[in-house]
Design a protein around this ligand. Sequence first.
Ligand SMILES: [Zn+2]
Ligand SMILES: [Zn+2]
Length: 295
Amino acid sequence: MRIDLHTHSRASDGTQPPGDLVRAAAAAGLDVLAITDHDTADGWAEAEAAAHEVGIELVRGMEVSTRHHGRGVHLLAYLPDPTYPPLVEQLSRVLEGRQARVPDMLERLHALGIEITDADVARAADGTAATGRPHVADALVAVGAVGDRTEAFDRYLGAGRPAYVDRYAAPLAETIRLVTEAGGVTVVAHPWGRSQREWPGEPELAELQAAGLSGIEVEHEDHTRTSRDKLRAIARNLDLVVTGSSDHHGTGKIDHELGCNTTDPEQYARLVDAAARAAEAARARGRTPPDVVRP
Ligand SMILES: [Zn+2]
Ligand SMILES: [Zn+2]
């Protein structure tokens, strides 16, 4: 069983339409795929249709941009009812904040002598609901200001860089609670990815677990071998689920090929069990969380 629980489509900042992403996952030999676009369930319907077509197991999810003690944390939310009003409200605030900062970023780039227009960004975003910084990065690539997205973030758009603009992010513990109420489960994405050092650590993760967190993503390209070992030990101490994923973005991110990291089947089963329990409680309150799509 090859299981990849974190991927992006063109519904956010990936480069493939959701259906193509699912077909590519089947072609890559994956048995289970999660689609986890940033702050949106927009790709779910198309992904589901493709999953039936190619016979792959599909987990519908999203990656929510949250903040905890002033720092950005990406939270993977699997199988929540995407129509749960408090969740809808948080996600639309995040999406609005993402879009609202684009003009500010363009202004800062202008001050640096780089001319990118709204039309350039719209062209890069290609109709996605979640237009934002990655598409500004793509526009920078398109005009030849940088070679690729990574360089765009490193030189201009990343935190602390000259064209960086802050934006709204959902409070982490509250988002964990909302996703649980919506019948879903949560996993902290790449907790010690490049910029985070060794935070959140065990005490913070224990607190988040008390708020309802189910797991942490350990196998991820942004984690060093040492980080993976330490995170695995924390997960063992706290009895958190451990996941592994590609964080695939199509051609939008290099070295993140589908299935380059995978989740252990036993860990996946634990996550699905936790989701089933949350879903049952949510259904009793009138919510309709989605099931795993099985071939
Ligand atoms: Zn992320
Ligand atoms: Zn991601």
